[in-house]
Design a protein around this ligand. Structure first.
Ligand code: DQA
Length: 143
């Protein structure tokens, strides 16, 4: 079964970006791990990163049309993009929200997620392992 893994703005900068918060794993290293973990959970993953709200919305439209389950790290869009929330709400397949860091232990503006309310669940704070846990949870949901 196919799964779409969507990563939002600035996540391509992992490894260089605020390593004290996000760790030293680079984006290509993260995608390699996700690909392997997805296989272990029985998924054929397509992993995409975009800094653009428009592109992320279009990816969610594609997921809706193709009835694909979605794991999304909306990055900063988490906290204010009603447009991404609306696109996520229209999915008939499950969507799981993930974060590398734990936004609730950080600045106050990160304490709100406009996406969580339309997600099946949220996994945050476990670094790259947040994706592994989400894939495991998704495998249980879709089987
Ligand atoms: C993040 C948390 C967000 O608050 C932040 O804007 C990000 C990354 C995370 O994975 O921890 O870009 O989604």
């Amino acid at each position: 079964m196919k799964i779409l893994v969507i990563n939002g703005p600035n996540l391509s900068r992992l490894g260089q970006r605020e390593p004290a918060i996000y760790g030293t794993l680079t984006y290509p290293e993260l995608t390699a791990k996700i690909t392997e973990w997805a296989k272990d959970s029985g998924f054929d993953s397509e992993i995409l990163q975009s800094d653009s709200e428009t592109e992320i919305i279009q990816l969610l439209h594609r997921a809706a049309d193709e009835k694909l389950p979605v794991i999304i790290n909306p990055a900063a869009f988490t906290h204010y993009s009603y447009a991404i929330r609306d696109a996520a709400a229209a999915l008939e397949t499950p969507l799981i929200e993930v974060h590398l860091s734990n936004p609730l232990s950080r600045e106050e503006f990160r304490h709100t997620s406009v996406i969580s309310g339309v997600a099946k669940g949220t996994i945050a704070g476990f670094g790259a392992d947040s994706y592994r846990l989400a894939l495991d949870a998704m495998a249980k949901l879709v089987r």
